[in-house]
Design a protein around this ligand. Structure first.
Ligand code: PEP
Ligand code: MG
Length: 838
C-alpha cells in the first residue's frame, strides 16, 4: 500500500497482540539498537509479507528474513526471541533471496507448539533497519490480524525533523496521527479551528479523499477522523509554516478533558430480558430517584409557503443569531467565572457552530430561494445532523445534538418565543433528546432526573449532567415518549433502567433511599457549621473561595469558617467600564456583610495572564503569563492599586478584612504595598491596619517564604499558579491539563518549605488554589503544616468531614515519605492507599 513513492503503510505480518519495542523482553531489540519497529506476540503459524518488496536476505536457520520495500525501507522480520538457537528446527522458509514478494504473501511457516516450547519467547519483530532515513509510526497498539494496517513508514527530512513537511510554493503540508480520544469530534475540532484562526494563512485537513477548511467545525467533524487516523494538514499563506506546526501540535496532543469526561460503563438495552413496565437504556449520570414524569417537546415548524423577501429573512436570521450569541456569551462568562471548564468547552464549541460557514452558506442559499429564515436554518442544521449521523462514528453522531441545540435556540429567537420551561421541582424530565442549554435551565429549576429516548453517554448533555450530579439516562427508546404526563416513575440510572409502573412499596423504597442520601448530606451539612478538628485535636479552618457576595452568602450557609479568597477581578467581570472607589467599597462591604462575623480575605486585583478585563486593557505581551500581572500592576498602574486599597480600607469592621497580594516574587513588593497602606491609612485618619498576606504562587515566593513571612501576617498558597510556574506547564493547556497536578512532589516540597519558613515567624499558612478542594490532598496539606483550606463552597461539608477522620501526627509522618516520590501519580497512588476516600 503506497501513499506516494516515499511513504508506506506496512500491514501486519502476523496475527496477535501488538507491543512497542520497549516492551520486548530482549535488551537489544527493546533499546532500539537494531532500529525502530514494532513487535507482535503471534497467535498464527505463518509470517506474511507486510508490503511489496524484494527478499534481500534469508537467515540460514530460517527464523528471520530481510526485505527491501520499494521506497527503500529495509525491514527485518524476526520470528521469536533467541530462535537462532533452534538451528532451523520447526521453521520452513517459503521464499528465496532475490525473490519479489507481494503484500500478504506467505514468507515462512513455523510449528507454533514446537517453537513456543523451545524458545525464550514467541514475540516477533518487524524492525526498520535503516531508521536513520525513515521513521516508523505505529498505527495501532491493539491486537491485529494479518493484513491489518500496522506501521506507517515516512522518510525523515535531512535535518532529522520527524515530521514530513513538503514545501510547495507558499503552501506547506504535513502528516500526523490524530491523538484525540474518539477522533475529531466537537471539542477537539473547535480547538483545531481556534488554532488555525491564530494565523492569517488558510489551513485545511485532508482525510480519506475529503478535505475541510479548518474554519468550519462542521467540515472538520464531517471528515470523520478517528483516533490515531493519519491525516494531511495543508496551510497556505504568509505564516503557513507556523500555522502548520501549531496545527500538527494541536492534532497530536490529546485533550485532557477527553479523559476526565470519562463515561460511566454503559449499561445497554441489548441482551437484557424484557421486564414488564421497565425501559432499559444507558446510564449517562448515576443516581436513583422517583418523581412525576414531565415530557418536554421540541419546536415543530408549520409548512412554509415560500416567497419570502430574502433580504428581510437574512436580516431576521442575523438578528436571531446575534441574540443567541449574546446568550451563549453570558453562559461562557459564568462558566469562566466559576471555573467550570466542561461547560466552557461545550459552549465555546456551540459559539463556533453558530458562526460555521457551512451552516450559514446552506441557510443563505435557501433564503435566496425565498424560503423563510426559520425553515432555512432548520433545514441547514437537519442536513448536517444527517451527515454526522451517517459517518459511522457514535461520538460524531452524538454531536448532532449540539447542532439541534442551536437549531432550537435560533428558532426560538426567530419565533420570539420565550425560552423558559415551567417544570415542577422534583420532576423527572423526559424528552426525545435534551440539549446542553436545556440541561442548564432544568438543573436550575430543581428537577430530580433526566431521561431521553435517544442520546448517548458521551454527549455534552451527559457530561454536564454528571458535573451537576443529576441522574440521567439516555437511549431509552421512543416508548418513553408515549408515557402519560405526571405519571410516577423510578429513574434507576445506576441500574440502567426506568420503572414506569412502580407500586407504592417501590416508590416508598426509592423515596427512602433518596431521603437517606439527603440525610447523609444534611448531617455533613449540619456538622459543617462546627469547627473541623483532626482526631488528635488540630483545628483546620475550612474557608471558601468566592467571586461575589451571593456566593459568600452561599458559603456561609454551607458552613464556611470565612472567605479564604475573594477574587476581586471577577467582581466586575461582566462590565466594560471600571468600577470607581465607591462601587468597589460597596461590593467589598457586601461580601463582608454576607459573612456574618467571619473574616474575609480579599485579594487585590489579579489581571494579566489568563485573566483579561474589558475595562482594563493591558499592553500586548509576548508572554502574558510571565508579564505584567498580579501585584506587578502596581508598577504600571499604581493609581489603580491605590484606588482599590482605599476602597478596602473603608470597609467595616476593618478587623474582619484581610488583604492578600497576588503574584508576589520578592519582599520589596510586599514592603512597598505595606508603605502604601500605611500612607493611605494616614490620609483616611485610620489607626487600625488590616492584616496583609502574601500569595505563594511562584516558586521564588515559596523559596523566600521565611523572608516574606517576616513582613507578612499570613501566607496563602495558590497551587494553580504554583503548579504552572513550577512545572513549566500552562495551567490552561488542554493537552497538559492532566499533568498540571499540584500533588507533584516538587510542589509538595515547595509547600513544605513555605510552611517551614512561615513557622520561623509564627505565621499561619493557607491554601486557596484548587488543591485545597481535592479531598485526596487534605491529609497531605495538613501533614505539610497548612492550617487553612479555602475550598469551593459546595465542598465545605465534605472537606470538614475529611479533616475529622484524619490524625495530624500520622499525616505529618507519612507526608515526609511522599516528598521522596518521583511523580504526581505516585503521590496520588500513595494517598489512595494511605487515606482511602470514602
Ligand atoms: C492560584 O493561582 O492557585 C490562585 C488561587 O489564584 P488564581 O487561580 O486566581 O490565579
Ligand atoms: Mg493565581
Amino acid at each position: 500500500m503506497h501513499n506516494n513513492n516515499k511513504e508506506l503503510t506496512l500491514s501486519a505480518p502476523l496475527s496477535g497482540p501488538v507491543l512497542t519495542l520497549a516492551k520486548v523482553p530482549d535488551p537489544v531489540f527493546a533499546s532500539g539498537a537494531m532500529g525502530d519497529g514494532i513487535a507482535i506476540d503471534p497467535l498464527n503459524d505463518t509470517l506474511y509479507s507486510p508490503c511489496e518488496a524484494v527478499v534481500t536476505h534469508v537467515a540460514r536457520t530460517g527464523h528471520a528474513i530481510t526485505l527491501r520495500a520499494d521506497n527503500g525501507a529495509e525491514l527485518l522480520l524476526h520470528l521469536g526471541l533467541d530462535t537462532v538457537e533452534l538451528q532451523g528446527v520447526g521453521f520452513s522458509m517459503l521464499v528465496k533471496e532475490g525473490a519479489r514478494v507481494s503484500n500478504g504473501q506467505p514468507l515462512l511457516r513455523y510449528d507454533l507448539d514446537q517453537v513456543a516450547q523451545q524458545c525464550k519467547s514467541l514475540v516477533s519483530l518487524m524492525i526498520l533497519t535503516n531508521s536513520q532515513d525513515f521513521q516508523a509510526r505505529p498505527i495501532t497498539l491493539k491486537s491485529v490480524k494479518v493484513g491489518d494496517p500496522l506501521l506507517h513508514i515516512v522518510p525523515k527530512l535531512a535535518n532529522g525533523v520527524q515530521i514530513d513537511i513538503e514545501v510547495v510554493g507558499i503552501e506547506v503540508q504535513g502528516h500526523i496521527h490524530v491523538a484525540h480520544r474518539g477522533g475529531l469530534h466537537a471539542r477537539p475540532a473547535a480547538l483545531i479551528r481556534q488554532t488555525a484562526q491564530q494565523f492569517t494563512s488558510k489551513s485545511w485537513l485532508h482525510f480519506a479523499g475529503k478535505s475541510a477548511a479548518c474554519d468550519s467545525l462542521i467540515g472538520l467533524m464531517g471528515l470523520a477522523v478517528g483516533e490515531q487516523d493519519e491525516i494531511r494538514v495543508s496551510c497556505q499563506g504568509p505564516d503557513a509554516e507556523a500555522a502548520l506546526q501549531a496545527l500538527l501540535a494541536a492534532l497530536s496532543t490529546a485533550l485532557a478533558e477527553d479523559n476526565h469526561a470519562a463515561v460511566p460503563a454503559p449499561i445497554v438495552q441489548r441482551n437484557r430480558p424484557a421486564e414488564a413496565g421497565v425501559l432499559h437504556g444507558v446510564c449517562a449520570a448515576p443516581g436513583l430517584v422517583a418523581g412525576p414524569l414531565f415530557r418536554l417537546n421540541s419546536i415543530s415548524l408549520p409548512m412554509d409557503a415560500g416567497n419570502h423577501e430574502p433580504e428581510q429573512q437574512r436580516h431576521a436570521l442575523d438578528a436571531a443569531r446575534t441574540q443567541v450569541r449574546g446568550e451563549i456569551d453570558t453562559t461562557l462568562a459564568q462558566a469562566k467565572k466559576h471555573k467550570n471548564t466542561d461547560e466552557e468547552a461545550i459552549f465555546a464549541a456551540h459559539l463556533a457552530l453558530l458562526e460555521d460557514p457551512a451552516l450559514l452558506d446552506a441557510a443563505h442559499q435557501s433564503i435566496d430561494q425565498g424560503i423563510a429564515a426559520t425553515h432555512a436554518w432548520s433545514q441547514s442544521i437537519d442536513v448536517q445532523c444527517e451527515v454526522l449521523q451517517q459517518l459511522g462514528s457514535p461520538l460524531l453522531a452524538e454531536r448532532a445534538n449540539d447542532l439541534r441545540d442551536l437549531k432550537q435556540r435560533v428558532l426560538r429567537a426567530l419565533l420570539g418565543e420565550t425560552w423558559q420551561y415551567d417544570v415542577p421541582a422534583g420532576a423527572i424530565v423526559a424528552a426525545h433528546e435534551l440539549t446542553p442549554s436545556d440541561l442548564l435551565q432544568l438543573s436550575q429549576q430543581g428537577v430530580a432526573g433526566l431521561c431521553m429516548a435517544e442520546g448517548g453517554a458521551t454527549s455534552h448533555v451527559a457530561i454536564l449532567a454528571r458535573g451537576k450530579g443529576l441522574p440521567c439516562m439516555v437511549a431509552l427508546g421512543s416508548t418513553l415518549l408515549d408515557q402519560e404526563q405526571g405519571q410516577a416513575v423510578v429513574l434507576d440510572a445506576d441500574g440502567g433502567r426506568i420503572e414506569l409502573t412502580p407500586n407504592a412499596a417501590r416508590l416508598a423504597e426509592v423515596h427512602q433511599a433518596q431521603l437517606d442520601h439527603k440525610q447523609r448530606r444534611a448531617l455533613q451539612q449540619a456538622q459543617a457549621h462546627t469547627p473541623a478538628l483532626t482526631l488528635d485535636g488540630l483545628h483546620i479552618e475550612v474557608a471558601a473561595n468566592v467571586a461575589s457576595s451571593a456566593e459568600a452568602a452561599d458559603a456561609l450557609a454551607n458552613g464556611a469558617d470565612g472567605v479564604g479568597l475573594l477574587r476581586t477581578e471577577f467582581l466586575f467581570v461582566d462590565r466594560n467600564t471600571a468600577p470607581d472607589e465607591q462601587e468597589q467599597r460597596i461590593a467589598y462591604q457586601a461580601v463582608l456583610d454576607a459573612m456574618g462575623d467571619k473574616s474575609v480575605i480579599i485579594r487585590t486585583i489579579d489581571v494579566g495572564g489568563d485573566k483579561q478585563l474589558d475595562y482594563l486593557p493591558l499592553p500586548d505581551e509576548a508572554n502574558p503569563v510571565l508579564g505584567l500581572r498580579g501585584i506587578r500592576l502596581a508598577q504600571v498602574r499604581p493609581e489603580l492599586l491605590d484606588q482599590q486599597l482605599r476602597s478596602l480600607l473603608q470597609v467595616s469592621p476593618l478587623s474582619r478584612c484581610r488583604i492578600l497580594l497576588p503574584m508576589v516574587t520578592e519582599v520589596d513588593e510586599l514592603l512597598h504595598i505595606r508603605q502604601r497602606l500605611d500612607a493611605l491609612c494616614g490620609e483616611l485618619g485610620l489607626s487600625q491596619r488590616p492584616e496583609l498576606g502574601v500569595m505563594i504562587e511562584v516558586p521564588a515566593a515559596a523559596l523566600l517564604a521565611e523572608q516574606l513571612a517576616e513582613h507578612a501576617d499570613f501566607l496563602s498558597i495558590g497551587t494553580n499558579d504554583l503548579s504552572q510556574y513550577t512545572l513549566a506547564m500552562d495551567r490552561d493547556h488542554a493537552g497538559l491539563a492532566s499533568r498540571v497536578d499540584a500533588l507533584h512532589p516538587a510542589l509538595l516540597r515547595l509547600i513544605a518549605q513555605t510552611c517551614a519558613g512561615a513557622a520561623v515567624h509564627n505565621r499561619w499558612v493557607g491554601v486557596c488554589g484548587a488543591l485545597a478542594s481535592d479531598p485526596l490532598a487534605t491529609p497531605v496539606l495538613i501533614g505539610l503544616g497548612v492550617r487553612e483550606l479555602s475550598v469551593s463552597p459546595v465542598q465545605i461539608g465534605e472537606i470538614k468531614d475529611r479533616v475529622r477522620h484524619l490524625d495530624a501526627s500520622e499525616c505529618r509522618r507519612i507526608t515526609q515519605d511522599l516528598l521522596k516520590l518521583s511523580s504526581a501519580s505516585a503521590v496520588r497512588h500513595a494517598c489512595h492507599q494511605q487515606w482511602p476516600l470514602s
